[in-house]
Design a protein around this ligand. Sequence first.
Ligand code: GLU
Length: 550
Amino acid sequence: MKEIYRELADAIFPNIEKDYRYYIDYYKDKREKNKVVTRFAPSPTGFMHTGGLYTAIVNQSYAKQNDGTFYLRIEDTDQARKLENGVSEIIDTLNDFDISFDEGPINENEDKGGYAPYRQSQRKEIYMAFAKEFIMQGKAYPCFCTKEELDEIRQKQIESGSSIIGYAGVWAKYRELPVEEALKRVKAGEDYVIRLKSPVTESKKIMVEDVVRGKIEMEDNYIDIVIIKGDGLPTYHFAHVVDDYLMGTTIVIRADEWLPSLPLHLQMFKMLDLNPPKYAHICPILKMDGQSKRKLSKRKDPEGRAGYYIEMGYPVVAVKEYLINLINSRFEIWREQNPLLSYKDFDIKLEDMSKSGALFDMKKLENVSKRIIKNMPDDEVFDLVKAWSKDHDKELYQKIMQDETRFLNSITIWHKNRMDVACFSEIKSQFNYLYDDDFVESLEKCDMMDMPYFSDILEDYLDGLDLGVEQSVWFDRVRQIAGKYNYAIRPKDFKNNPSQYNGSIVEVSTFIRLALTGRKDSPDIFEISKFIGIDEVKNRINRQIELAEK
Ligand code: GLU
């Protein structure tokens, strides 16, 4: 190593005394050997994207499946975009979705695990030690370009039809600046960033390997990218290489927006003479927008934000199951063969993941959720609704707390053999006839009121109504009333001879249902009646008669 390089490195990083090898040794063997290690590495810049949640689920599941370690790393080197309480926001969202990690930040200030600190803003000296090594080896250099100079370079590249666009090769103004000169300018206090001196200076293809996509031919990196910014913090690319090496990540599972950077990352591992991890780039979640597909957006699409599902009250298992289903084509078949197993028992094979893009379909998620809710025991639904309402619907929560048994009974009514509910925020409006004290006021005129004897039938029904009997006895009465007004007691008879009847027992039941629920379709009306009580039943039926006669 030339002494002048050391002098330059010392001038740039006067306070960095620890060699990069110190950190390599320090972080060595802090876990069991030969374990799979995955990580989730979000930036604390606001609400978590549904795609981020998806990446976290895949990383966690993959580690779990392989009896490995899953850790959380906070990538907060972009000081301008960093949000206050951003770390808690991430931890809370992961927590909401039952995603636990073995190591990483546990609140705004504390970390657990042997590789701490797990937030990049606290690892400045580590990146600097690595950058210092690069400078000493002549593999990185200070660049004093102003923004205007960079614009000028770009302009010239475009005008001259250069095949290279960017700060690279012969265009890289400070790449070949004599070290003595660079040293002088650093010492004079000029502003600069540190750039990688890419060993490649022109367009060249290489083969890279990705676990999801297999072998791919890509353009090698020839750009002298910034590795340390003016504020002394690293860029994503450099921090990724340093951290994923030191923290022992064995496979980097990340969004495929990073795939174009893979040659650069592999190049830096090679320049440091370190073994790279494996890479798996997972496809984005897409959404139909008119005729075309676009990326699901956390700003434009409510469902693009992970927190949306929690606020709406989708069971976490449903959201996770749908997301796994979304890009693993084998999942659907597996689910059919194993209807009762947890989605956690499904082995995620990275090789089988979608390579292009996964189309998000809210209807499908709703169906998954409805099926999952339907298969839960009543008391599990009760516990989930109670927990959800506590944070998201105070009024409902109060209602539950006033009489928990009554609320559980109401769940039994709408939950029995039905797939009506996809998320808990729907409950109050879908079953307003069970929960709304002023429900009667919402009853309206409807087309069925024009059918023969509508009011007479309801009046007869009210006359001597007894809910204390067996359901079969109650229904015999409904049949009798139907017969009296020439509505076929057996729907089949009406079907065969429609002109002979006014309708069938189905319509008669629907008259009652409409009065009690305002709907033509609902759970069992006998059970609903018992739940709301005889007085309220009378109240609603009288109101319906009144409306019919208006
Ligand atoms: N901080 C990066 C992001 O949020 C992480 C990418 C990675 O997983 O390496 O996109």
